[in-house]
Design a protein around this ligand. Structure first.
Ligand code: HEM
Length: 520
């Protein structure tokens, strides 16, 4: 058969396969009385994203609103059906109570092609569990305290650079990205990236490429698994080859240098090397035990089992995901916070007052330990992450047939489920003033009144964000370094309301957020 014949046959097969999948999914929804959004053949409900006018977070929020008041409901990404979980108690089942059915994310990665794409975020089943147990020990408060001086150094540099920006408007989105790049560079790679000094350095460029949108990856998301040959043929990979080579070479060189020169630095590479050499006990702390026990009980196991060989590829993959997951999330969090503080001078003054009071009354100045006493700052950061959650939706996959509690509905194995974080965070049922920046959403009383699992900026359960403590620390240090010494105002160059970038999985501003600052 000639080439054209093959193409026609492939298209007919794809067409029939899609038709069969749609029919089966719709029959399942109809038979079980599950509400769903009416799909368009072939594209399902994804047209608003494909036409590029909807960021993924906004798209999921709008579906969350349309699917009110259902506890769970269906929608289609191309011909693949998804189940959106809207009800907080059902979310608790998916994320914690019945976690054993939902421990994986529905991201089809091929480890042979994506050497560093195969990491803690994308790994599945026992392999993920074994690695998560190992890495849990690198994110305790004890380890954060060891890394605090490295982060503080970047904060000091940020203050210094801001001091040169008082004469004209500057883009806080760009400045925050340079600060978090320096922080993750020094903590995850043991490298001073000098992004605050040089905005065009290589790390910044790599950071931009990490979450680059590619149509073919969106389409790949419609499949449970992609055979290696298909992924290679269509060049479907989640990490660009140039990014992969860059990270593997950096980690390889750094590890070699440290081994040869006996260098230790209390950063992630050090911790990964001690995990490899089984010398982690020198860092052991009480919290490590607590975190580990909680994790094991949540995943229903008594002991940590299995082994992962800490090769350079494995270390590079983890450092890469610490960079990928930690850089953009924290820098957008910081940019949106500064935007809101510039818009709300009263809140800005209150934040500054709390920071100054605590630091000035502590003989050692700013320390890791006084961060936790900053209760108003915590409320403000929490509100920032409510209004602008970096990940607007969370994705998991049902790994065994699962009966939805109090129903007879059996969710079939391999069904992807999503938790609409941005929708929940904007639901007036749970947040009194969803459209406003209102830190009082996070007073003790307001938190106590709200159902659990309605505020999920870091996800939850055993598969929640492993870097939460680190992310909060770097956002807080960045905020303190700026607010203590400068007063911020919005520049007329910023157009409001802020539009979100369309081609991005992370909720981030489309164009610059321009501010003006003056030294206090
Ligand atoms: C403000 C900052 C951050 C936000 C808002 C954030 C948010 C999230 C969210 C929503 C998830 C998915 C959770 C789930 O599925 O339940 C996640 C996973 C993850 N995050 Fe973060 N993150 C932040 C910072 C960081 C940092 C600094 C690191 C590393 C240094 C990091 C590393 C990871 C990793 C490795 C995962 C996957 C964990 C696993 O699957 O076991 N994140 N993050």
């Amino acid at each position: 058969m000639d080439f054209l014949g093959n193409v026609v046959l492939a298209l007919i097969t794809l067409f029939l396969f899609s038709y069969w999948r749609f029919k089966k999914a719709r029959e399942f929804f109809d038979k079980n009385g599950v509400a769903y959004l009416k799909p368009t053949f072939l594209v399902g409900n994804i047209a608003p994203v494909l036409l590029m006018n909807k960021p993924m977070a906004v798209y999921h929020k709008e579906m969350y609103e349309k699917l009110h008041p259902h506890k769970h409901a269906g929608y289609f990404l191309f011909n693949r059906s998804f189940l959106m979980i809207r009800d907080p108690d059902l979310i608790r089942h998916i994320m914690v109570k019945d976690f054993k059915y939902f421990h994986d994310r529905s991201i089809p990665i091929n480890p042979k092609i994506d050497r560093i794409g195969h990491n803690l975020l994308t790994m599945k089943g026992d392999e993920w569990k074994t690695l998560r147990v190992k890495l849990t020990s690198t994110f305790t408060s004890g380890k954060m305290k060891l890394m605090f001086p490295l982060v503080q150094e970047c904060g000091n540099k940020l203050t210094q650079v801001l001091g040169t920006m008082t004469s004209e408007a500057f883009n806080i989105k760009d400045l925050s990205a340079r600060y978090t790049c320096d922080v993750i560079g020094t903590c995850a790679f043991g490298i001073e990236t000098h992004s605050l000094d040089d905005p065009n350095n290589e790390f910044q460029e790599m950071g931009k490429r990490v979450f680059r949108f590619r149509y073919r990856n969106l389409i790949a998301g419609a499949f449970t698994k992609l055979p290696e040959s298909v992924a290679r043929f269509f060049n479907i990979r989640f990490v660009d080859e140039s990014v992969q080579d860059f990270f593997i070479s950096i980690i390889g060189n750094t590890v070699k240098f440290r081994e040869e020169n006996k260098v230790t630095r209390n950063d992630f590479i050090d911790l990964l090397m001690s995990l490899r050499d089984q010398t982690m006990s020198k860092y052991n702390d009480h919290q490590e035990q607590e975190d580990l026990e909680r994790f094991l009980s949540q995943v229903g196991e008594k002991h940590a089992k299995g082994q992962i060989d800490m090769t350079i590829d494995v270390m590079a993959a983890q450092c890469f995901i610490f960079f990928g997951a930690g850089f953009e999330t924290s820098s957008t969090a910081l940019s949106f916070l500064l935007l809101e503080l510039a818009l709300h001078q009263d809140i800005q003054d209150k934040v500054r007052e709390e920071i100054n009071t605590l630091i000035n009354s502590n003989p050692e100045g700013l320390t890791y330990d006084i961060l936790k006493d900053m209760t108003y700052v915590d409320m403000v950061i929490a509100e920032g992450l409510r209004k602008y959650p970096a990940l607007g939706f969370i994705i998991r996959e049902c790994t065994e047939d699962y009966i939805i509690p109090d129903t007879k509905i059996v969710v079939p194995k391999n069904t992807p489920v999503t938790v609409p974080v941005y929708g929940l965070h904007n639901d007036p049922q749970y947040f009194e003033k969803p459209d406003e920046f209102y830190p009082e959403h996070f007073t003790k009383e307001a938190i106590a009144k709200r159902p659990h699992y309605t505020y999920l900026p870091f996800g939850d359960g055993p598969r929640g964000c492993i870097g939460e403590r680190f992310g909060k620390m770097q956002v807080k240090v960045g905020l303190i370094s700026m607010i203590r010494n400068f007063k911020f105002q919005l520049s007329p160059k910023t157009s409001l309301p802020i539009k979100f970038q369309q081609h991005f999985i992370i909720l981030k501003p489309k164009s610059g957020i321009w501010l003006k600052c003056e030294k206090i």
